[in-house]
Each structure stands twice: as structure tokens, then as C-alpha cells.
Design a protein around this ligand. Sequence first.
Ligand SMILES: C[S@@+](CC[C@H](N)C(=O)[O-])C[C@H]1O[C@@H](n2cnc3c(N)ncnc32)[C@H](O)[C@@H]1O
Length: 369
Amino acid sequence: MAAASKTSAVPIPTDAELLQAQADLWRHSLYYLTSMALKCAVELHIPTAIHDLGGNTSLPDLLAKLNLPAAKLPFLRRIMRLLATSGIFASDNNAEVETYRLNPISWLLVEGIEAEDHTYQKFFVLSTNSRHYVEAALSLADWFKKDLPLPTPSPFEVLHGVPLLDENTSLLDEELDQIVEQGVAAHDNLAGGTIIRECHDLFKGVESLTDCCGGDGKTARAILKAFPGIKCTVLDLPKVIANAPDSDGVNYVAGDMFKFIPPAQAVLLKVVLHLWNDEDCVKILQQCRKAIPSREKGGKVIIIEIVLSNSMGPIMYESQLLMDMLMMVNIRGRQRDENDWREIFMEAGFTDYKIIKKIGARGVIEVYP
Ligand SMILES: C[S@@+](CC[C@H](N)C(=O)[O-])C[C@H]1O[C@@H](n2cnc3c(N)ncnc32)[C@H](O)[C@@H]1O
């Protein structure tokens, strides 16, 4: 009886719905092949080859440029057809000769372009599709079943025995460690210039700023260029600061943000907090609070991070949720929605916050003491 009533509660799909469901299931089960085709295109340097061919190419010309065997032409066509359908290249299949062009996504994968807004994303693709990341994702169900100690280690950490983005990651695989480092840098630096241009008011009137976890100072230098009056300090770990430039006008401080953040009117945390769990974020924000003056004196923390929300449409939201899965599978951090952010701000002793702007998948948040 119970089984019968359960069945009746589920509407039986129509024939049309079943056929659509089957096609959708193919798509969802096989999306990894799109990722692998993208990885293959990057490894074969296809975006750079199309760029060198003038940004638009026929398949035979592409094959010749890539120095691939003639017998691979039909296979190249199949990969390019999928990648164009997925939006990674543009194509003109109605023309007499089938051609493929760069679009903004593939433009990000062209090597050797010198442009302020071109941040080469090859290593983001290679790291996120590396064997170690994929194996960690394959272990998800096993990880769910394990009763693990708190704070919960990631599937990557449990499977591979070392955390990602850790000084011990290179012991697991030196090449992976380097690819990940470059992948993270590519991820962090994309749209840095856009953010400064679009959020001009964020830095207006700010006399001093500490870029907490500011790495090699790229962001601080860009802020200094746009606002020469700001006294900029970068805080990062000693091994990072050891490689900081000598005289670029930025003050570099080696240290641990959990212990001390150099005081300034504003502290910037650009794509940092998603790497940490909530407890650690509260500790970091408490240190930020100690480093800034009162709100009346212009004290604020500026956070640039994903703010999960479906308000920008399902595709942007799916990108944000996939970035959250990337965190869940590989490190202890997470992406957060506005409620999650509010909770950790209040927990850290802040009184108010404002989402100043949404820029692409990310939000710019000011948090006030
Ligand atoms: C994702 S990167 C930050 C990216 C940078 N804010 C940007 O926008 O380009 C994380 C940085 O945090 C630094 N870091 C990690 N733990 C730290 C700590 N306890 N104190 C200071 N810096 C730390 C790392 O060395 C690394 O440079």
C-alpha cells in the first residue's frame, strides 16, 4: 500500500518528457567530455593557433598550423564542433567552408598577448582538469560516507593525504603544485583592472590601504596607479614577500594574517575568504577589525568575492555554484550567499555592510566596524 501511494505521488512523465529527460541525462552525464575537449584544445594550443591565423580559420588550415597528422582532420572537426556549440569558440558552419573563430572565452586562452585586460587562463583550465582534481571529485560519495574529524578535510585532502594550496602539496606532485599556483594567479588576476575602473568610488578618499593576502602586489600596484595618493601595504606570507619587487611604491610586510594585519584606513580582501571555512573567516575578519579605525574615520574592509545569487540568471548562478563545488571538493573553503556573508560579518563584530556592486560573477562588499 505504502509503495503504491508513493508511486502515485510522482507524476508519470509523458513520452515527450521522457525523451527530453534522456537527452538531458546524456548532457549531464557527459559534460566532463566538454571539459576534457577544452583541456585538449589548450594542450594543443588551438586558441593561439587560431589567433596566429588571423583569428579565423578553416579546419585544414588549423590542422596544418597545429602540425597534426592529416588523418586527424575529422576528429579535430568533432572536437571543434562540440567546443563551438558549448560557446568556447565561434563558428560559421553555414559558410561554404566551415570556419572557427576566437570569441572572448577562447581569447583568454591565447598565449603571448600583451594587454592589460588579457589574463591568460590556460593554467586555470589545466589545474581544474588535472588528474588530482578529477580523482578527488570521483571520490565524493566515499568522502560523504566517512565520519571525519572537524574541521572537515576536503575530499582532495582525504584522498591524496595532503591539502591543496599548502606547502606540502608539492610533495604530492611538484608539477601539480606549480600548475595550481599559476591557475590560482590566473583566476585571481582576471578583471582586476575592471574592478578598479568600475568601483572607482571604493578607493576615493582612502588615505591608506592594506591588501591582505595581496601576493606579489599586482592589485596594490594597480590601485596605486589609479590613486597615487594612497599609502599601500601588502601583507602576505614570508615566502611570497621574499619575491616582492624592490621599489614599486608599495610597502611589503611578511606575516600571518591570523596574528596581525598592518593597520590602515581600509583593508582589502580580494578573492581570499572563499579559501577558508567560516570559523577561519571570522578570525581573519576580527584581525581586519583591529587593523582599521572607526566607521566615522573611514574605517572599512573591502571584500571582493562571489556572492551566490540567481539574480543574474541561471548561467551565471551555475558558474558560481560550480566554483563552490570546486572549493568543496578540493579545499576547506566555500562560496557564500549574502546571508552567509552577513553571518560571518556579524560574528566577527562588524555592525553593517553594503554590497556596492556586482561585477561579473563577483560582488564588491564594504564592511563597516
Ligand atoms: C588566493 S591568493 C590571494 C589573491 C590576491 N588577493 C589577489 O587578488 O591576487 C591567497 C594568498 O593568501 C596568502 N596567504 C595564505 N595564508 C596566509 C596567512 N596566514 N597570512 C597572510 N597571507 C596568507 C597566500 O600566500 C596567497 O598569496
